[in-house]
Design a protein around this ligand. Structure first.
Ligand SMILES: [Zn+2]
Length: 453
């Protein structure tokens, strides 16, 4: 589509026209999971939002021209703590969580990013970058720790609109005696007994959290790239620190040009977070609903707005998809969508606007011909909905109602026999039994058909 993409850039706090550095090499880096526990719905929101942005960028610039990098943090305080609590090794824990994370991504029908680098495979690059920061006098070693000296970087605080004075005041509590200044943050720290460690010029230790994203984005996207994304909770200090590290180490005026952050998922207006104790894990939904329902729910609010998660939202989304499947057609190739269909997504990822357009297309398809139905299904497919066949969708429902197709047919046969024997009471009983399991029976022209209600 020959239209421009607009994104809200947190560097300027304005909606800006997206202009890539190089149209043939569009780069996006999104901070991925810290693999210490299975992902929850709050973690799922950026997965779906940046998946949509990935699709839009590929649509505009071509599949081969977009690189989407999402890292995996597999060394971190939370991981060490969780492995001790669960009494399993760190590598067993991270392997297990990475596996369930990728299953959850599949369940949500998210595309696999171009690269998913793991922090522990890139410790050498982090050590190199930390050494450069020391050489350039932006960082210092102190008692086997290395810190970034915040007051050496003039643009510190530009992304989060924080002033150095406020940061100093805010970090007075619990300041390490190793630091020159309270606002300085750690790049490398010694490992204590039982923790994973790597050899470094500063002794055996492990990296601070922020440096991995600076090192891995440099490897896969270069010193300057187009889009950096993540949840809004990462804006400060994580993203502010990434900018400081990368710009100082690489000697650049820019790190990423566009900073895009999604708002929280809330429950009863409280942020969904493990620390709040109100999380719903994605895996919890696997035998309760279909991944498409979750996906549609996660797209139902604009990414900059909080999304309140509740049963009504899920139920509405389930009913919508159920309705949409009534015009389902199998597609060999996608049909051409109306020209202005993608406009809401080009306009700062307005997913609710796109969904509103889908409702209009559905109304047209419902009363229209086969082609209208195919156009509608193509438009759903674009955002990762209705990608399963109708049978697969029904299978999920059947699973929910705990009855197999074989058993349904057996019951229908029994019912027909009862009717032949004029045992109408018995026949009605079987019909009601099936109804309770969500199966509707219809007798027409001497034949019995069934459907999931
Ligand atoms: Zn990051």
């Amino acid at each position: 589509m020959n239209k421009d993409i607009f994104l809200t850039n947190n560097l300027s706090n304005k909606k800006e026209k997206f202009v890539p550095i190089n149209k043939k090499k569009v780069g996006m880096y999104v901070c991925g999971p810290t693999v210490y526990d299975e992902p929850h719905i709050g973690n799922a929101r950026p997965l779906v939002i940046f998946d949509i942005l990935f699709k839009i960028l590929k649509c505009k610039y071509g599949k081969e021209s977009v690189k989407y990098v999402r890292n995996i943090t597999d060394v971190d305080d939370k991981i060490i703590k969780s492995s001790q609590e669960k009494n399993i090794s760190i590598s067993d824990l991270t392997k297990r969580i990475i596996k369930s994370f990728s299953e959850d991504c599949k369940f949500l029908n998210c595309e696999t990013p171009s690269e998913q680098p793991q922090a522990t495979n890139h410790i050498d690059l982090m050590i190199k970058m930390i050494s450069e920061l020391i050489d350039k006098n932006f960082a210092y070693e102190s008692n086997r720790h290395v810190y970034f000296q915040v007051n050496k970087f003039n643009d510190y605080g530009k992304l989060s609109n924080k002033k150095l004075e406020d940061l100093i005041a805010g970090s007075r509590v619990d300041v390490s005696k190793n630091k020159k200044n309270p606002e300085d943050f750690v790049l490398w720290k010694p490992s204590i007994k039982g923790e994973p460690f790597w050899d470094s010029p500063w002794g055996e230790g492990r990296p601070g959290w922020h440096i991995e994203c600076s090192a891995m984005s440099k490897k896969f996207l270069g010193n300057e790239f187009d889009i950096h994304g993540g949840g809004i909770d990462l804006l400060f200090p994580h993203h502010e620190n990434e900018i400081a590290q990368s710009r100082c180490a690489n000697n650049t005026k820019v790190f990423a040009n566009y900073w895009v952050h999604n708002a929280f998922v809330t429950m009863s207006n409280e942020k969904m977070a493990k620390s709040q104790g109100n999380i719903l894990k994605i895996k919890y939904f696997k035998d309760k609903t279909n991944g498409q329902v979750l996906r549609l729910a996660l797209m139902s609010a604009h990414y900059k707005q909080p999304l309140d998660w509740n049963d009504k939202l899920l139920n509405d989304c389930k009913n919508t998809i159920e309705k949409w499947y009534s015009v389902y057609r199998t597609l060999k190739t996608p049909s051409k969508m109306p020209d202005d269909m993608l406009l809401p997504l080009y306009d700062d990822l307005n997913t609710p606007g796109y969904i509103a357009n889908l409702h209009k297309l559905f109304d047209k398809a419902k009363n229209g011909n086969d082609n209208d139905k195919k156009i509608f299904v193509s438009a759903c497919n674009f955002i990762g909905i209705l990608n399963e066949t109708r049978t697969e969708w029904l299978n999920f429902k059947r699973r929910k109602y705990l009855i197999s197709e074989k058993d349904i047919l057996k019951k229908i046969e029994l019912r027909n026999k009862a009717r032949e024997n004029k045992d109408y009471k018995g026949a009605d009983k079987i019909r009601d039994e099936l109804f309770d399991k969500g199966v509707l029976i219809e007798d027409k022209d001497g034949k019995t058909s069934w459907k999931i209600k």
